[in-house]
Design a protein around this ligand. Structure first.
Ligand code: HEC
Length: 173
């Protein structure tokens, strides 16, 4: 009798395993879905310029963060800087370019090093504060440096900025 019960349970489990992928919502509970990809921010050079920073060779951070840091915001992100609340669809771009010495103590932009992107989608990117993070290598629109490692690579540092919705920069006039 006991044995029959065991077999029945087993076949029940087997049946569930076969049917499960077809059951709505099962896939999400079985394994956490990978975070959706953050698209390349096409045309961001036409967006609003937020600010520029410069990390020169004199900085201890030069190896990892050296260069010009230009930040751009799309329309929804611009509204977010003003209100403090970023709506889904807001995108902020951090465009990092090498710094080159020009003549007579001048500095000028060199090659693009990376394009960092934050895309607001509170539901999709709930695990990283409602922001999707990605970094595109050089001027490539397809070569991704972050992928599924957004939490460790980007978010853990931006997390300190929680009161400002994880956005560090401020929009200047
Ligand atoms: C060590 C801390 C740190 C890490 C790690 C980090 N950031 Fe940032 N990020 C900053 C700071 C500080 C600023 C503001 C820079 C400024 O105001 O000039 C910033 C600014 C930004 C901005 C402009 C919006 C804002 O918050 O001001 C974007 C976009 C961005 N980072 C994306 C990324 C991405 C993508 C990654 C991972 C590849 C990443 N960041 C990793 C510290 C960090």
């Amino acid at each position: 009798m006991k044995r029959h019960l065991f077999v029945a349970c087993l076949s029940g489990a087997a049946l569930l395993a076969v049917l499960a992928p077809a059951l709505p919502g099962f896939a999400e509970t079985e394994a956490p879905a990978a975070a959706p990809a953050v698209p390349y921010p096409d045309g961001f050079r036409q967006w609003q310029h937020v600010k520029t920073g410069l990390v020169t060779a004199q900085s201890p951070a030069f190896a990892v963060a050296g260069g010009f840091h230009h930040i751009y915001a799309n329309g929804p992100a611009l509204a977010g800087y003003a209100s403090g609340n970023f709506a889904d669809g807001a995108v902020i771009v951090f465009d990092r370019l090498a710094v080159e010495e020009g003549a007579g103590g001048t500095l000028k932009e060199g090659q693009r090093i990376v394009v960092d992107v934050m895309l607001r989608d509170a539901a999709k990117f709930a695990a990283t504060g409602g922001w999707g993070f990605e970094e595109f290598a050089g001027s490539s629109t397809t070569q991704r440096n972050v992928g599924a490692k957004a939490k460790a690579t980007c978010f853990n540092c931006h997390a300190k900025q929680k009161p400002d919705n994880f956005v560090v920069s401020k929009l200047r006039e």
